[in-house]
Write a protein that binds this ligand. Sequence first.
Ligand SMILES: CC(C)(COP(=O)(O)OP(=O)(O)OC[C@H]1O[C@@H](n2cnc3c(N)ncnc32)[C@H](O)[C@@H]1OP(=O)(O)O)[C@@H](O)C(=O)NCCC(=O)NCCS
Length: 226
Amino acid sequence: MAATVVVRCAPLRGEAFDDPRLLALLDTHERERASRKRSPLFVVAHALLRTTVGEVLEVHPGRLVFVKRCDICGGADHGKPAVADHAGLHVSLSYAGSMAVAAVTRAGPIGVDVEEVAATGFVGFPDVTLAPEERAAVESRTGTDLLIARARTWARKEAVLKATGHGLSIDPPAIRVAGPDEPAALVSWADGVPSPGPVQLLDHQVDEGRHVACLAVLTDETLEVG
Ligand SMILES: CC(C)(COP(=O)(O)OP(=O)(O)OC[C@H]1O[C@@H](n2cnc3c(N)ncnc32)[C@H](O)[C@@H]1OP(=O)(O)O)[C@@H](O)C(=O)NCCC(=O)NCCS
């Protein structure tokens, strides 16, 4: 039987960073961060993570307790999020441009990443993201095709790095993913870093082309996105 990955998206629809309906779902720490950032997308994203986990656990979103753990330094104030007292439940959150995506599963550690296609059009993009072998498949393109290829490649890489918890402590060019026209897959992992084991990558459509998203789950179980 397939293991379920619950994925929910929330496009920004003119919400305010101090929307009381959304802030009511957040905890004190999240509300403090929201008031510092003054970012509507931050508030929408964290409310989305809570409603998605609440849906899976059948718990009111405002009653959930999230914890963080940084696998790099052991710090508890940053790093990968998890739900207190639900060790077998894996969660991930990403937000960019005007889109938030949350993902929840029991199948294994999960990472989700969403990228705004238009935001990949900066000059240094290949240097900060692509392995030498990936450049040919991505950078030979032009126009929108180039930006979509960049966004897809970047989302795939960041999803893997979020699933493992390394985040950008691993230089993205140190790992390789399948070319943008190929089915999503991790092709090679960073030299000298212990292998993450089985990795499944699933591209995930969130809108009609403004944003690109990908999920990574560290499992060899068959997955079904719901
Ligand atoms: C994780 C990271 C890749 C996120 O990149 P991003 O594109 O800016 O942001 P996204 O919207 O995709 O994801 C943000 C969310 O990812 C989650 N996250 C943070 N660190 C994470 C990690 N190490 N692994 C998985 N998820 C992480 C959080 O939920 C975060 O949301 P929040 O900051 O609002 O709480 C990047 O911030 C990063 O690498 N940070 C860690 C850098 C590092 O190594 N620090 C060492 C500290 S000792």
